[in-house]
Design a protein around this ligand. Structure first.
Ligand code: ADP
Ligand code: MG
Ligand code: MG
Length: 930
C-alpha cells in the first residue's frame, strides 16, 4: 500500500519531489525542534493520481482521518468540536517554489457551531467573525469557484456604508453581517447550502488544492520558468493547525529574510503586521512595519525571532525566506525556503557566511552560480528606471549604455573624438567598422545573431551589444532610423541593454559595475581552490590592463588583425595588399612593423611577467578591403562628377542666355568653383581617385573566394605570402627584446592559426628561427618565446601527436573547431536553423555558446592525450568563446587543460567555474561522452 500522508514529525525533509518544498521544510523544521504548528503532508503522488482519475485515490481519506485524530490528540482540540474547535489550513506546495500560483485555504473547520465555540473560548467575537468571513471567502473562491470580485464588492460596499477606512476598523457585528452576506453569495452562486461538515470541507479543499496544480496561472508559470515534470510534478497538500496572528495586539504575522536579499547585509530583513492573518502582509491591505520596529513593540518576541533566524541559518546553511505568526505572545514558524537573491547579495552572503563559520569556503564557492557574476561585471539599468522598451533584439553582449545614434563608423569616430557618447547603429557590422566600435559605448544592429561580427567583437571589447533587432529600419543616406514606432535622426539619444536585448528611447540612468571587496575575496578563494588557470582574450594594451584587473593571469589570445584594422594603419595594410611589386609590398610592411612592435610592447608592459599568446594574422586578406559594391558605388559617383565638371564649363554661358540677372548674381562663385574643379580635372585628380578604386576593385575580384572562411587565410596565407608573418614575428621579437631591456619581464608565445599538418608548422618555425637569430644578432638580446599552434581544424586534432613534435603548446580555437566539427557555418546556423534545432530539441544547446562535449569535446580530449604522449609537458588551453562558459570550463578542467581564455568580463565567471570544477571533479565521469 502506498503511503499518501506523512505527519510533520516523520516526513523526509530531503524529499521535495514527494512532499513539496513547503511540506519537506515543515517536516524538517519540526524535526529540528522549531515551533511549527502540528500538521501533516499529503503527497504529490496523491495529487497526480487525483488529477489522472478525477477522484482521490483509495485510502487517502482514511489516512487523512487518522492523521486528523492524531492532530486532535496533539492539540487537545476537536475537529468540529463546539467547545474547543480545531481549525486547520490547507496549503499547496510543490517541489519548485511557485509563489502565489496555487491556493491555500485558512480557518477550515469553521461552521456556525464551531464558530460559537471559538467565540466563547476566546471571548473575542470580533476575532471569531473575522476568521469566519475569511474562511467563507477563501473556501468559496478556491473550493467552490465563486468569483473573488463578488466578495470584494460586498466588502467595499460595507466599508463605504459604515465609513470604515480599513478592514480592522470593522466591528464584530459588522463582520458577522459581512460573513452572512458572503454565505448568501456562495449559496446563490453554487445553488447549494454552504457545507458545514468539517470533514467534507477538508476533502473538498484537498481536491481543490490538487486541482490548482493544473490551474491556468500555475501552468503558465511553469511554462514561463521552464519548470519540467522532472523538476516538480504535482503539488502536495499541507494540513496545518491554525495559529492566529489576529487575536489582538499581542499577535502578529510576518515574513522575513535571514539576511538582506538585495545587498546581502547580515541583518534580518522583513515586515510584520500586528493583529493580522497571514495573507494580509502579502496582500498589502495595510502597510506592514519593518521587523526592526518589533524590537520596541515586542522585545521578547523580537529576541525569539532572532533565535529562530539563527537556528534556520545554522541548519540550512543558506539564507532563508520564512513566514512566522505570533499568537498571543507565542512565536510559530510557518514556512521556510532558500532565499532568492541578486548576484551581489549571493556573493556578499557567501563570503560573510564563510567568515562567520556558518559554511565552509568550499560551500561558499559552490553556492554561487558563476553565470550570475556576469551581472556584476557590466553596467546595468538603474533599478526603478521603469522605462518601456521600443523594441527587443538579441542580448548579444551584456551591459547597458546610452548615447547618440550614429549610422557609420567614421561618424562614430569623429563624434567620439569630440567626447560624445555614441551608439553605433548599423544594419550589420563588418571588420572595417572596428574604429566605430572603439568610439562607441554600445552597438545595435538590425541583423545578425549572437555570434555575428557585431556580437563577437562587442563581447571581446566588453561593450554592450543588441544584435538582430528586426524592428529597426535604417536609412543610412537620409541619416535616420525607425525603431518600432519611433523615428530617430542621427544625434538622437537611445539606450540599449545588451543583457536583455531591449532598446529604449532617450537616456536611461545606469549603474556602473564595481569590483567590490567581497567579490574580490570570493575570487581569491576561487583561485586558491582551482588548478585550471584563467586567461583573457585581449588585443590591445587597454584590453590587457582591463583583463588583469578582472584577474586574468595571462592573455590566451591576442588577435593581430585588430591592430591592422586601426584606421591609421588600414591604408598601409591596403597598400601592402595592392602592391604590384615585391619592393612596394616590402615598403608597406616596413611601415607596418613599427606599429605592431609598439602594440606588442604595450601589451607586454601591461602583462609584465604573465604569458601573452599572440596569434599570427588569421582572416582572409580581402577583409581589409572595401566590398566590391562599395567600390563600384564610389567609382560611379566619381565618374559622374567628372562628367559634371565638363558640363560646368558651359554653365556660365547657358545661364547668361537663360537669365542674365541670375548669371550676374552667381558669376563670381560659379567662376571660383569652376576654376577649382577644372584644376582638379587638369591635374587628373579624378582619374587618380578612380584608378585607385579600380585597382582595388580588380584586387577584390581577384581575391574573391567562394568560401573565404575555408579559403586563403591563416597559415595558408602566411605561407604563400611569407613576408607578412616574417614582419609580424620580427616585430614581436623586437618588442620582446626592447621590453626586456626596459626591465619588463616578457613571457610571450607565438601561435599559428588554421594549421592542419606538421609541415605547415615546420615552415613557420623556420621563419621563427631565422628571425630570432637575426634579432639576437642585431639587438644582443635573445628573448625566450614559445612556439605553438591553434587547434581548430579536425585534422589538427587527429594529427595532434605529430603537431606536438613542433608545437610547444596547443590552443583550441573552439569557434572554428565547432564549425568544422558540425560542418555548420556559424552565421548561417544561428540565423537560419539553429533556433529551430534548439526549440525542437534536435540540439540541446547552441554549440557556439556551450562547448559540444560529446563531439568537439571528444576531439579535444583525444588531441590532448595524443599531444601529451609526444610532449608530456605540452601546455594546452582553449581560446574560443566557450572558454568563459561554466559547463565548458568544467569540461576543460576534466580533460586536463592548463588554462581557459575568454573575454575580460567573463574572466571572473571562469575563475569561479574553474574552482567549482576542481571541487566537484569527483562527480565528473567519462560518461559525459555517452
Ligand atoms: P503560499 O505558498 O502562497 O505562501 P501558504 O500556504 O504559505 O501559501 O499560506 C498563505 C498564507 O497563510 C501565508 O501567509 C501563511 O503564513 C498563512 N498560513 C498558512 N497556514 C497557516 C496556519 N496554519 N496558521 C496561520 N497562518 C497560516
Ligand atoms: Mg507561504
Ligand atoms: Mg579561428
Amino acid at each position: 500500500m502506498t503511503t499518501y500522508v506523512y505527519p510533520f514529525e516523520s516526513g523526509d525533509g530531503k524529499n521535495k519531489m514527494l512532499l513539496g518544498g513547503k511540506g519537506a521544510n515543515l517536516a524538517e523544521m519540526t524535526q529540528i525542534g522549531l515551533n511549527v504548528p502540528p500538521g501533516f503532508t499529503i503527497t504529490t503522488e496523491a495529487c497526480l493520481a487525483y488529477l489522472e482519475h478525477d477522484v482521490l485515490p483509495d485510502g487517502v481519506m482514511d489516512e487523512v482521518r487518522a492523521a486528523m485524530r492524531e492532530l486532535e490528540q496533539k492539540t487537545g482540540k476537536g475537529f468540529g468540536s463546539a467547545t474547543n474547535p480545531l481549525l486547520v489550513s490547507v496549503r499547496s506546495g510543490s517541489a519548485m517554489s511557485m509563489p502565489g500560483m496555487m491556493d491555500t485555504i485558512l480557518n477550515l473547520g469553521l461552521n456556525p457551531a464551531t464558530l460559537d465555540g471559538l467565540i466563547h473560548q476566546t471571548d473575542n467575537p470580533r476575532f471569531g467573525y473575522d476568521a469566519w468571513r475569511r474562511f467563507v471567502q477563501l473556501y468559496g473562491k478556491i473550493a467552490l469557484g465563486v468569483p473573488d470580485e463578488l466578495f470584494d464588492e460586498a466588502m467595499s460596499t460595507l466599508k463605504a456604508k459604515v465609513g470604515a477606512a480599513q478592514d480592522v476598523d470593522l466591528t464584530a457585528p459588522q463582520l458577522k453581517d459581512l460573513a452572512q452576506t458572503y454565505i448568501g453569495i456562495v449559496e446563490q452562486h453554487t445553488g447549494h447550502p454552504f457545507p458545514t461538515d468539517p470533514m467534507q470541507q477538508l476533502e473538498m479543499a484537498i481536491a481543490a488544492v490538487f486541482r490548482s496544480w493544473m490551474g491556468k496561472r500555475a501552468v503558465d508559470y511553469r511554462r514561463q520558468f521552464k519548470i519540467t515534470p522532472e523538476m516538480a510534478n504535482g503539488t502536495a497538500v499541507n494540513v496545518c493547525t491554525m495559529v492566529f496572528g489576529n487575536m489582538g495586539n499581542d499577535s502578529a504575522t510576518g515574513v522575513g529574510f535571514t539576511r538582506n536579499p538585495a545587498t546581502g547585509e547580515n541583518l534580518i530583513f522583513g515586515e510584520y503586521l500586528t493583529n493580522a492573518q497571514g495573507e494580509d502582509v502579502v496582500a498589502g491591505i495595510r502597510t506592514p512595519k519593518p521587523i526592526a520596529e518589533m524590537q520596541q513593540e515586542m522585545p521578547r518576541l523580537h529576541a525569539e525571532l532572532m533565535e529562530l533566524r539563527n537556528k534556520l541559518e545554522a541548519h540550512y546553511k543558506e539564507v532563508q525566506d520564512f513566514e512566522f505568526t505570533i499568537e498571543k505572545g507565542r512565536l510559530y514558524a510557518l514556512q521556510t525556503r532558500n532565499g532568492k537573491m541578486n548576484a551581489r547579495a549571493m556573493v556578499v552572503t557567501s563570503v560573510e557566511m564563510a567568515s562567520e563559520g556558518v559554511i565552509t569556503r568550499e560551500q561558499a564557492l559552490l553556492r554561487v552560480n558563476p553565470a550570475l557574476l556576469e551581472q556584476l561585471m557590466v553596467p546595468t539599468l538603474a533599478p526603478g528606471a521603469n522605462a518601456v522598451a521600443l523594441a527587443t533584439g538579441l542580448p548579444a553582449s551584456p551591459g547597458a549604455a546610452s548615447g547618440r545614434v550614429v549610422f557609420d563608423a567614421d561618424t562614430a569616430e569623429a563624434r567620439g573624438k569630440l567626447g560624445e557618447k555614441i551608439i553605433l547603429v548599423r544594419e550589420e557590422t563588418k571588420p572595417e567598422d572596428i574604429h566605430g566600435f572603439f568610439a562607441a559605448q554600445g552597438i545595435l544592429t538590425a541583423r545578425g545573431g549572437k555570434t555575428s561580427h557585431a556580437a563577437v567583437v562587442a563581447r571581446g571589447m566588453g561593450k554592450p551589444c543588441v544584435s538582430g533587432c528586426a524592428a529597426i529600419q535604417i536609412d543610412v543616406h537620409a541619416r535616420k532610423a525607425r525603431v518600432g514606432d519611433a523615428e530617430f535622426v542621427e544625434g538622437d539619444v537611445i539606450t540599449i541593454d545588451g543583457s536583455t536585448g531591449k532598446v529604449y528611447a532617450g537616456r536611461i540612468p545606469t549603474v556602473e559595475a564595481e569590483f567590490f571587496d567581497e567579490l574580490q575575496t570570493l575570487l581569491e578563494w576561487a583561485d586558491e581552490a582551482a588548478t585550471l588557470k584563467v586567461r583573457a582574450n585581449a588585443d590591445t594594451p587597454n584590453d590587457a590592463a582591463r583583463a588583469r584587473r578582472f584577474g586574468a593571469v595571462g592573455i590566451g589570445l591576442c588577435r593581430t588583425e585588430r591592430m591592422f584594422n586601426d584606421p591609421g594603419r588600414l591604408p598601409v595594410v591596403q597598400e601592402m595588399i595592392l602592391a604590384d611589386t615585391p619592393e612596394e609590398r616590402q615598403d608597406a610592411l616596413d611601415r607596418l612593423l613599427p606599429f605592431q612592435r609598439e602594440d606588442f610592447k604595450g601589451i607586454f608592459r601591461a602583462m609584465d611577467g604573465l604569458p601573452v599568446t599572440v596569434r599570427l594574422l588569421d582572416p582572409p586578406i580581402h577583409e581589409f578591403l572595401p566590398t566590391a559594391s562599395q567600390l563600384e558605388f564610389e567609382i560611379d559617383h566619381l565618374r559622374n562628377l567628372k562628367r559634371a565638371v565638363r558640363g560646368m564649363n558651359e554653365l556660365p554661358e547657358t545661364l547668361r542666355m537663360l537669365d542674365p540677372e541670375l548669371h550676374h548674381a552667381y558669376v563670381d562663385s560659379l567662376d571660383h568653383l569652376n576654376a577649382n574643379l577644372v584644376q582638379y580635372e587638369q591635374q587628373h585628380r579624378f582619374d587618380a581617385l578612380i584608378a585607385r578604386r579600380e585597382a582595388m576593385l580588380r584586387k577584390v575580384h581577384a581575391l574573391h573566394e567562394v568560401n573565404p572562411m575555408l579559403g586563403h587565410r591563416g597559415v595558408r596565407l602566411g605561407l604563400t605570402n611569407p613576408e607578412i608573418y616574417t614582419m609580424q614575428i620580427r616585430a614581436l621579437f623586437e618588442a620582446a627584446a626592447g621590453s626586456l631591456r626596459e626591465g619588463v619581464t616578457v613571457n610571450a608565445e607565438i601561435m599559428v592559426p588554421q594549421v592542419c599538418t606538421k609541415e605547415e608548422l615546420v615552415r613557420v618555425k623556420a621563419i621563427f628561427d631565422t628571425e630570432l637569430d637575426r634579432v639576437a644578432a642585431l639587438l644582443g638580446e635573445r628573448p625566450h618565446v614559445r612556439f605553438g599552434t591553434m587547434i581548430e581544424v579536425v585534422r589538427a586534432c587527429v594529427r595532434a601527436g605529430s603537431l606536438a613534435r613542433i608545437a610547444e603548446f596547443f590552443s583550441f580555437g573552439t569557434n572554428d573547431l565547432t564549425q568544422a566539427t558540425f560542418s555548420f557555418s556559424r552565421e548561417d546556423a544561428e540565423n537560419k536553423f539553429l533556433p529551430f534545432y534548439q526549440e525542437s530539441k534536435i540540439l540541446r544547446e547552441n554549440p557556439f555558446e556551450v562547448l559540444d562535449v560529446k563531439g568537439v569535446g571528444r576531439l579535444m580530449q583525444m588531441a590532448v592525450q595524443w599531444g601529451r604522449e609526444v610532449r608530456p609537458d605540452l601546455k594546452v588551453g582553449i581560446c574560443g568563446e566557450q572558454g568563459g562558459q561554466p559547463d565548458s570550463v568544467r569540461f576543460c578542467h576534466a580533460i586536463g587543460l592548463s588554462y581557459v581564455s575568454c573575454s575580460a568580463p567573463r574572466v571572473p565567471i571562469a575563475r569561479l567555474a574553474a574552482a567549482q570544477a576542481k571541487l566537484r571533479e569527483k562527480e565528473y565521469s567519462t560518461s559525459v561522452f555517452d
